[in-house]
Design a protein around this ligand. Structure first.
Ligand code: ADP
Length: 183
């Protein structure tokens, strides 16, 4: 099973991804986590993307798609995967489709977590992970990048009939129950 977890920063994608992967026994691919790990390890990729992540802008489609392609060729993804933070632009979604068609492993559903903006900002500021992009300015920028570049991805998948809209407010367990029902 292949699932896309979709939603603005602070929507709870990472938290719900953990529940989904344990429940369905599938892998987790978070492009944000991969970039943060590369930055932490000061790899050439990490050095290249650090200022982009700090500012809340998007890493280029070429880099992201190349990274996902390489990562998903590993056998841990053979059983399926939760894609968290990818695809984030329509161009990434188109490349992703070509990638999945080659491997004959289609997307089963896109879970769109819906949370009001005030709640998103509150959550990010209080999660205290010390991420350099979790400042008020960083969050505002990520939200506007989300609206301009990422939200159109939703329509792309709506046309394919794959979108499940999920209320992302309430307890972590109640949100997960909604996801389970939708799947
Ligand atoms: P959040 O959802 O809180 O913004 P993520 O961990 O998903 O956090 O992403 C953090 C940052 O990593 C993004 O602001 C962006 O700079 C970069 N990034 C992650 N995924 C992508 C992607 N698919 N395309 C471009 N940039 C990405």
């Amino acid at each position: 099973m292949n699932i896309i977890l979709f939603g603005p920063p602070g929507a709870g994608k990472g938290t719900q991804a953990e529940y989904i992967i344990h429940h369905f026994g599938i892998a987790h691919l978070s492009t944000g986590n991969m970039f943060r790990e590369a930055i932490h390890n000061k790899t050439p990729l990490g050095i290249k993307v650090k200022t982009i992540l700090d500012s809340g802008e998007l890493v280029s489609d070429e880099i992201v798609v190349g990274l996902v392609k390489e990562e998903t060729s590993k056998s841990v993804y053979n059983n399926g995967c939760v894609f968290d933070g990818f695809p984030r632009t329509v161009s990434q979604a188109q490349s992703f489709d070509r990638m999945l068609a080659e491997k004959n492993t289609p997307i089963d559903a896109l879970i769109s977590l819906v949370v009001p903006e005030e709640e998103l900002i509150k959550r990010i500021l209080s999660r205290g992970q010390g991420r350099p992009d979790d400042t008020k300015k960083g969050i505002k920028n990520r939200l506007s990048v989300y609206q301009n570049e990422t939200e159109p991805v939703l329509n792309y998948y709506k046309k394919k009939g794959l979108v499940k809209i999920i209320d992302g407010t309430g307890s972590v367990e109640s949100i997960f129950n909604r996801i389970k029902k939708a799947l």
